[in-house]
Design a protein around this ligand. Structure first.
Ligand code: SF4
Length: 284
């Protein structure tokens, strides 16, 4: 009997991929060292070719009408270009309606590929990568052991733009803690303003027990922000953003709300909504 096509009961796919068929290809993250992250709890593993093929067959039965496939795994784009191209071909064989593909990536997965490889992937249907920027501040990136600088990320985004591959960026609000909130907001806006993402997705930092950052918090060396402080950080980020033609979204506002709008057209509307929430939740 075929084994289940997903290892875990819950699978995580980013906003705007809800209509994609999720294919498990990789488990965990090849980096796995960011001090705040618990997504990398699965030891990094590329599934064996036969298992991926079995998953594709299962996916074809479950979603015969789907036109887009999303590769699961925290950075499935770590796979070599030839492997990804072969997987695209295998998927098309079993799911002939599929025309586009997307997956999570780290910026260095992009930097590790040549311009020609990226062009070939784009031509084969790679439509978008979902990449965690987390912060635009190098000291914060270094402190949280992201393993990348803002400049390296910008380089990767430029390579994607040249190849015609879209990208969606994720930011972790509160990642600098209370002490570096201002730096985090300003530097992240500065980085984002040099990019052309299809969307920016903000998430409030969650402290996961067992992570190094959780330990810093319990020792009192990391000052966790409360939801209202994070909202104020979101406001500062938004105020400084000049990106265009992009959806901006925060799905963790005050732990329960979602704010979404198009930039730059709805920037004022978003800021007014943030101001109203701040006014309603700030103790005078
Ligand atoms: S790159 Fe992403 S998935 Fe990997 S450890 Fe860092 S935050 Fe977690």
């Amino acid at each position: 009997m075929a084994s289940p096509i997903y290892t875990h009961d819950t699978i995580y796919i980013p906003p705007r991929e809800e209509d994609s068929a999720p294919l498990e290809v990789v488990l965990g993250c090849s980096w796995g060292r960011c001090t705040f992250c618990d997504f990398a709890r699965d030891p990094f593993r590329i599934l064996p070719g036969e298992k991926i093929l079995e998953n594709i067959e299962g996916l074809a039965c479950m979603f015969p009408e789907k036109e887009r496939v999303f590769f699961l795994g925290e950075n499935a784009f770590v796979l070599g270009a030839d492997t990804i191209l072969e997987l695209f071909a295998q998927i098309r064989e079993k799911m002939p309606k599929v025309t586009t593909f997307a997956m999570y990536a780290r910026a260095d997965d992009v930097l590790d590929k040549t311009a020609e490889e990226l062009k070939a992937l784009s031509a084969a249907g790679l439509d978008a990568l979902h990449i965690g920027v987390e912060s635009g501040s190098d000291p914060i990136l270094s402190e949280r052991r992201k393993g990348l600088t803002a400049q390296q990320m910008l380089e990767a985004f430029r390579m994607l733009e040249i190849a015609g591959i879209g990208y969606h960026l994720t930011v972790v609000l509160g990642l600098g803690g209370r002490d570096y909130s201002r730096l985090h907001a300003i530097e992240t806006a500065r980085l984002l303003n040099k990019t052309h993402p299809e969307s920016i997705w903000c998430l409030k930092l969650t402290l996961f027990e067992g992570t190094p950052l959780y330990g810093e918090w319990t020792r009192g060396t990391f000052h966790l922000m409360d939801p209202v402080e994070v909202l104020a950080e979101l406001k500062l980020l938004l105020q400084n953003l000049t990106v265009t033609d992009c959806i901006f979204e925060d799905t963790t506002v005050l732990d329960s709300l979602t704010l979404q709008g198009r930039l730059p057209e709805q920037k004022d509307l978003l800021l007014r909504a943030v101001d109203r929430l701040l006014a309603a939740n700030t103790v005078q």
